[in-house]
Design a protein around this ligand. Sequence first.
Ligand code: SF4
Length: 340
Amino acid sequence: MTVAAPAARAAGPGRRQAVATAHELRRSYAVRRGVFAPPARLHAVGGISFALAAGRTLAVVGESGCGKSTLGRVVALLELPTGGALDLGGVDATRATPAQQRALRKSVQMVFQNPYGSLNPRQKIGAILEAPLAINTALDPAARSARARAMLAKVGLRPEHYGRYPHMFSGGQRQRIAIARALMVEPALVVADEPVSALDVSVQAQVLNLLADLQHDLEVAYLFISHDLAVVRYLAHDVLVMYLGLAMEQGPKQAIFGQPLHPYTRALLAATPTLDGPRRERIVLAGELPSPLMPPAGCVFSTRCPHAIGRCRAERPAPRPVAGREVACHLAENFLDSSG
Ligand code: SF4
């Protein structure tokens, strides 16, 4: 299917092959609220569209509970969507046959936040790296071992690390191993969910550099999930800002960081220290993130937005193009000439 998603335009269709395209992707859950009450529906992802091309990074940002990790799990096929369409490498993942699903699972790999918990402590690194090859390829043990040793070098580890256990490594080294494992089957897309947030700041920079170098070498695409806009600024090509399962603002990094137009993006950026960008007036968000079981009527951000007007509480703004990105705000034009 053809999907005119904002990020597709940003990525420059035609120049690079699309590896993932989502159209109105949804994931909801039935939630019991008591013995006699009927179950409610929690819309964790409420209709997200994007297109991600080879060699590009789409960063998904937002507060904890905004649905970004659920979106990542759906794109990585760890959960099935409950609506919309997800095209992975030209195959509709929502209608794939079992054989197609096996191939798709190989083409999309995941890197998790916690490098301590994502590696089997009883397996040596060589075995951890070779396991995906044993499952997904017909390579013999010698070829699997050669591929694992080559990947160790690619992620900056030494040959002797092949025979060591995960507990013998630092946090940054373990995340390098997790990245190596994800890349062993040569995926087109890696979904990285907060991959550096558990690491020290100095180690974060090393792992981010590694991710950038690997992308340059391998043309792999990243769906990069993070709450940290400083990290996103470094790695992303395009940015998707989520709130209560919906896209608030979406487009090229330069547009969003240079002149944020959605009040939620502006508040997130105002809370992010920057050395090189313009100084931003601090914007304090009032209140807590509303429950996704009872999202506000009209604009879902209206209960915390300092600019909300009557229309905002009555009419939900649909994403629309403004100044080179898509914004879901009735008043986006009001922020065009402001420095953010
Ligand atoms: Fe704020 Fe209204 Fe824009 Fe929503 S639509 S972000 S409430 S100004």
